[in-house]
Design a protein around this ligand. Structure first.
Ligand code: CAA
Length: 399
């Protein structure tokens, strides 16, 4: 029996900032961002969006495509995030209600920086192995925020990806072996009292590649596939150039031929969506997978994909999956394209206005004006509680 990803969709904010409008503010050429970092745009959350609304929007099409029995078979929801909205309650519980899932389900939130989505996927696979009749809904959702004016600012973004993990998956069967690497390093973190991350940029890039080395070596020690037996590589993408750098690093340490054209072809399709979205932390690698499946011109059925998931702090995992025959019939490429094309561009001053507000902490009644055109929104923070609602867009998405 094969286990893996049966369905996959992503969501992002419905506004974006073109990095061409950030470069002059930082006094740099736009090529620093478009070429040096490999980023064109970044999604910007409206004041009425957060990890809950993004997560629910990503999962909505998956749930809408299930019949009653299918929905009842989702007995676990695992939500991975490093931009959680509560120290106690899982963001997934709000999402569970917004999606109308069965009360006969367990819901939990997982955290280890950008890596947590992969731990959720592995736990989901274990649960499905135990009972193949069950489906697990894995959601990765994040809002990447750095200080305004900092060098991390052009690597912001936000997004969520939802994956249905099942037996006999229609998209990608995940192979059992993983290479693992954990080391205690302060490359990027966010203390509880901060809304933006603290980062040592140079160290974070070194920590990422060190983790890749460790995870690859462990995968080989576990008896995993050789470099030459992997057809495409999906990396965590804090900015897309990082994936290109990582692939050059892996090619070198694996002792594989360094043919520039081949190396580019092994990652190029994985970068397309993230160039336009920016970093989405836990969701980023899986949006890279959507990008590969949605954009590959050749039929990838039977191809082996290598995944490298990295979470600062730091945990890395390298694993592989095989694309399933007939997968193309189950992709959501048109919806993904529409989502990105229909975003509204914001000017730099508008972006500054959007990112300025800090959540109220007084416990009063704070109504939030409607801005997003996405399917779910936060309508108020009242008595220390976030209040969420479905918008007309949710019903339009179903119709
Ligand atoms: N034209 C073309 N390229 C240019 C250029 C120009 N005019 N000007 C500069 N560049 C290139 C530089 O040469 C450099 O490329 P190389 O690294 O290939 O040499 C690239 O643009 C970036 O330039 P800098 O290194 O000078 O950029 P910076 O110091 O301003 O910051 C950064 C870059 C460290 C990535 C910063 O954006 C940052 O801290 N980002 C957040 C942290 C991050 O994303 N870390 C990644 C690993 S950690 C992780 O993966 C977890 C996570 O999600 C956060």
């Amino acid at each position: 029996m094969q286990l893996g990803i049966d369905d996959l969709a992503f969501a992002t904010a419905d506004r974006y900032l073109d990095l061409a409008n950030l470069a002059p503010v930082h006094g740099v050429e736009v090529a620093k961002y478009t070429v040096g970092l490999g980023q064109d745009r970044m999604s910007v959350c409206a004041p009425d969006e957060d990890v809950v609304t993004l997560a629910a929007a990503a999962a909505l099409p998956l749930v809408e495509d299930l019949d009653e029995d299918g929905i009842a078979s989702i007995r676990t929801v695992l939500l991975a995030t490093e931009s959680g909205i509560d120290q106690s309650k899982s963001a997934g519980v709000y999402v569970h209600r917004l999606l109308g899932l069965s009360p006969a389900a367990r819901v939990v939130e997982l955290k280890q920086a950008c890596y947590a989505g992969t731990s959720a996927l592995q736990m989901a696979l274990a649960l499905v192995a135990r009972n193949p009749e069950q489906k697990v809904l894995v959601i990765c959702s994040d809002v990447a925020r750095y200080d305004v004016g900092s060098s991390g600012e052009p690597t912001q973004g936000c997004g969520a990806v939802a994956m249905l993990v099942t037996a006999d998956p229609r998209l990608v069967a995940i192979e059992p072996l993983s290479g693992l690497h954990t080391s205690d390093v302060m490359d990027f973190w966010r203390p509880n009292y901060r809304t933006t991350a603290v980062v040592d940029g140079r160290l974070s890039i070194r920590a990422y590649t060190d983790s890749l080395t460790g995870a690859w070596q462990d995968l080989q020690a576990q008896g995993g596939p050789a470099f030459g037996d992997i057809d495409a590589f999906v990396y965590h993408q804090p900015f897309t150039k990082m994936a290109t750098k990582a692939h050059a690093h892996l090619t070198r340490i694996a002792g594989a031929p360094r043919d520039a054209e081949v190396m580019e072809a092994q990652v190029a399709d994985t970068l397309r969506y993230n160039r336009e979205i920016g970093n989405s932390y836990t969701a980023s690698m899986y949006i890279g997978l959507a990008s590969l499946l949605d954009h590959a011109t050749e039929d990838l059925a039977g191809s082996r994909i290598g995944f490298f998931s990295y979470g600062s702090g730091a945990v890395g995992e390298m694993f592989t999956g095989v694309v399933q025959p007939g997968y193309r019939a189950h992709l959501r490429a048109a919806a993904h394209r529409r989502l990105l094309d229909e975003r509204v561009e914001v000017t730099h001053p508008e972006y500054l206005e959007i990112v300025a507000p800090v959540n109220p902490v007084d416990g009063g009644d704070h109504t939030i004006a409607p801005v997003t055109r996405n399917p779910f929104r936060m309508s108020a923070i009242t008595g220390h509680q976030r209040v969420y609602e479905r918008t007309a867009a949710a019903d339009a998405a179903v119709a």
